[in-house]
Design a binder for this molecule. Structure first.
Ligand code: PMP
Length: 286
């Protein structure tokens, strides 16, 4: 069945939604995005995603779309129109189209393009991967240097996912200067005893909205959190490992470059954090 999507103020059937071939997200990857999950028809962590969107726009000197203050209503309307119970809402803002191709940013009268669409994923919260765990490979991090900005330049992460698939695995963790940065579309964690270790924030990784929530819940549950770099060797000798993202919540990692992590089954801390995250998110959803 055709979805109803949102383009620059209009709700349209997906086949009628159009943007210019000169749109800078198409020509230059000059766009930023957010993915927000929906559970029980409620939007999860909306406020955090909105703050990060505004930051991404500011970092790139991109105008806010006119409908910025209406984004929650637009999210809710798309959930309603598409009858989403569990799934995701994808939002993209691009610098728009000046009607030609040019490296220089267009003048301020060129308005940003705003597109949103839903992805229905029944069973999202009950993912089989939460029970089996993920197999991960490590790859070199060959992305650009401003990974803290959530841009639509996702070719290297796509290549990473294909490399993982070719190796019979689920995903890849990227490594730079000997340390893990993050997963292709998620933040990466290891657990030693009662301590959760995840890379500190900086330009090298995306400041995950799920990461912020999970670290807060971990501290509230008296777990220790260390925000610092770790190596693949350290990860291989960890008791547990896991990932977080808005669309996967918390998922355990059970294998890294062919080596079992811990006893090779999902660990209790990742399971507990997943449970708390889902419970609290459902309560706080808007
Ligand atoms: N890092 C990268 C590179 C990502 O693409 C994502 C997901 N968009 C994340 C981390 C996790 O961020 P969030 O929890 O906000 O989804």
């Amino acid at each position: 069945m055709s979805r109803t999507v949102y383009v620059n103020g209009d709700y349209l059937p997906e086949e009628d939604a159009k943007i210019s071939i000169f749109d800078r997200s198409f020509l230059m990857a000059d766009g930023v995005y957010e993915v927000t999950s929906v559970l029980g028809g409620k939007i999860i962590d909306f406020a955090g995603h909105l703050v990060r969107l505004e930051r991404s726009l500011n970092e790139l000197d991109m105008q806010k779309p006119e409908a910025f203050d209406d984004l929650l209503d637009i999210h809710r309307e798309l959930v309603r129109l598409n009858d989403i119970d569990e799934g995701m809402i994808y939002l993209q803002v691009s610098r728009g189209s000046s009607g030609d191709r040019d490296f220089a940013y267009p003048s301020a009268d060129v308005k940003p393009t705003l597109v949103l669409f839903t992805q229905s994923k029944p069973g999202l919260a009950d993912s089989p991967a939460a029970k089996t765990g993920l197999k991960i490979i490590s790859i070199e991090d060959q992305r650009w240097g401003r990974r803290d900005i959530k841009t639509v330049q996702l070719l290297y992460p796509s290549m990473g996912k294909m490399m993982a698939k070719a190796a019979g695995c689920d995903d890849a963790w990227m490594v730079e200067d000997g340390a893990v940065t993050e997963g292709t579309s998620n933040n990466a964690y290891i657990v030693k005893g009662n301590t959760i270790i995840t890379r500190h924030l900086g330009n090298e990784i995306l400041s995950g909205i799920t990461r912020a929530a999970v670290l807060r819940f971990a501290k509230e549950a008296q777990m220790k959190v260390e925000e610092r770099s770790f190596t693949i060797d350290e990860a291989k000798s960890a008791d547990e490992a896991f990932i977080t993202s808005a669309s996967t919540f918390v998922l355990p990692v059970v294998e890294l470059d062919g080596a079992a992590i811990g006893n090779g089954t999902p660990g209790p801390i990742a399971a507990r954090l997943r449970e708390i995250y889902l419970e609290e998110s459902l309560k706080a959803g808007v």
